[in-house]
Ligand binder design. Structure first.
Ligand SMILES: Nc1nc2c(ncn2[C@@H]2O[C@H](COP(=O)(O)OP(=O)(O)OP(=O)(O)O)[C@@H](O)[C@H]2O)c(=O)[nH]1
Length: 302
C-alpha cells in the first residue's frame, strides 16, 4: 500500500490538472497538470475564485456546470474552449487560438469549509478538436469546387425547413444546371469543363451574402440556399446571378461555344412536408427553364 505522503506525490504527478472547486467557485486545491506541453503550473490559483480569474460569461458557465455536477452526483463530461478573452488581465485578441478542453466533473462526498465540492479534471483536446473540424470540413465539401456537398445540403435544408415550421422564417432555394457542358467536354476536353464548374462556384462565392450557401448537387448541378429570403427577392437574385454567370462564363468561350446557366427557383411553403418538396418544385422549374431555351430563370410556387 502507498502512504498518504506518497498519495500526494501521485496526485501531483498526474499529467492532466485535477482541480477541487467549491460550489461558490473557489479553487480549493490543484493537483497534477505535469504535462508541460499543455499546462502551466496552476498552483497559484488555490484560494482564488473563478471570478478572480475568468470573465463573467465563463465564470457563469463553470458555476453552472459545478451546480449540475453537485445536483446529479454523476460524472459530467463537458467540452469547452478557453481563449485570451475569457481570462482576466489578458489582451482580448491574442495570436493564440482558443484552447479546447474536455472537463470530467464529479461531485465529491465531503465538504470543504462547509461547502460542497467537485473534482474537475481538465484535458487539453485542442489537437483532437482541430482534427475533428478538419474531418467535418472534408466530409462536407466537394473536392473540385470547395463548395458544400449534397450531404451538407441535406443537413442545412432540414434545419431551414424546421426553422420555417417553427417561426415561418422564409427560405428560398435555387437549383442551377450548366447548359452545354457536354459539348464543351466533348469538344474542348474534360479539363475545360472542370474550369467552367469551378468558375460557377467562384461566381457564387463573390456574389453571396454571409448567410447564403452554395452546394454542388451533382455533376453540373448546384443548389443555392437563401435563408431569410422571400420568393420574389429570390427570383430577383436568381436573375441577377444568371447574368453574372453569363458574363463570367463568356470569358471561357471558344468561338461560339460557351456555357450558360439555367435556374429554377422555389421557396419553402406551408404545404411542404419536407425540404424535398421545395427542392422538387425548384427542379421542375429548372426543367421548364431548359425547355424554354436555357440561360434563364423560372420560378415555381406551390
Ligand atoms: N468536366 C466535367 N464535366 C462533368 C462533371 N460532372 C459532370 N460533367 C458532365 O456534365 C454533363 C452533364 O450532362 P447534361 O446536363 O446532359 O449536359 P449539358 O450539355 O449541360 O446539357 P443541358 O443541361 O441540356 O444543357 C455530362 O457531359 C457530364 O459528363 C465534372 O466534374 N467535370
Amino acid at each position: 500500500m502507498i502512504n498518504i505522503e506518497q498519495m500526494a506525490l501521485v496526485l501531483d504527478a498526474l499529467p492532466d490538472p485535477a482541480l477541487i472547486l467549491s460550489k461558490s467557485g473557489r479553487y480549493v486545491a490543484v493537483f497534477g497538470g505535469k504535462d508541460g506541453r499543455y499546462y502551466h503550473d496552476g498552483s497559484g490559483l488555490v484560494g482564488l475564485y473563478l471570478t478572480d480569474v475568468l470573465n463573467p460569461n465563463k465564470t457563469n458557465y463553470f458555476l453552472g456546470i459545478i451546480e449540475q455536477a453537485l445536483a446529479s452526483r454523476t460524472l459530467l463530461i463537458e467540452e469547452y474552449e478557453l481563449s485570451n478573452k475569457d481570462v482576466k488581465g489578458l489582451p482580448d485578441a491574442g495570436p493564440d487560438k482558443p484552447i479546447w478542453f474536455e472537463g470530467r466533473i464529479q461531485a465529491l462526498d465531503f465538504l470543504v469549509n462547509d461547502e460542497p465540492v467537485v473534482l474537475w479534471v481538465a484535458s487539453n483536446i485542442s489537437k483532437r478538436h482541430e482534427l475533428e473540424l478538419q474531418l467535418r470540413q472534408l466530409s462536407d465539401t466537394d473536392q473540385l469546387t470547395g463548395l458544400y456537398n449534397r450531404r451538407r445540403l441535406e443537413r442545412d435544408l432540414t434545419f431551414q425547413f424546421d426553422t420555417f415550421q417553427r417561426h415561418r422564417t422564409p427560405t428560398s432555394i435555387l437549383i442551377l444546371d450548366l447548359d452545354h457542358l457536354k459539348s464543351i467536354n466533348d469538344q474542348l476536353g474534360h479539363y475545360a469543363g472542370d474550369q467552367i464548374i469551378i468558375a460557377v462556384a467562384e461566381t457564387c462565392r463573390t456574389q453571396f451574402r454571409k448567410t447564403d450557401s452554395a452546394y454542388r448537387f451533382g455533376g453540373d448541378e448546384f443548389v443555392i440556399a437563401l435563408p431569410g429570403v422571400e420568393h420574389s427577392q429570390a427570383v430577383e437574385f436568381a436573375e441577377y446571378l444568371c447574368d453574372c454567370f453569363y458574363t463570367e462564363l463568356q470569358k471561357y468561350a471558344v468561338k461560339d461555344l460557351f456555357a450558360t446557366v439555367s435556374i429554377g427557383v422555389a421557396s419553402i411553403e406551408a404545404l411542404d412536408t419536407s425540404y424535398e418538396d421545395t427542392l422538387k418544385r425548384a427542379d421542375a422549374a429548372l426543367y421548364q427553364a431548359k425547355r424554354n431555351g436555357k440561360n434563364r430563370v423560372i420560378s415555381n410556387t406551390a
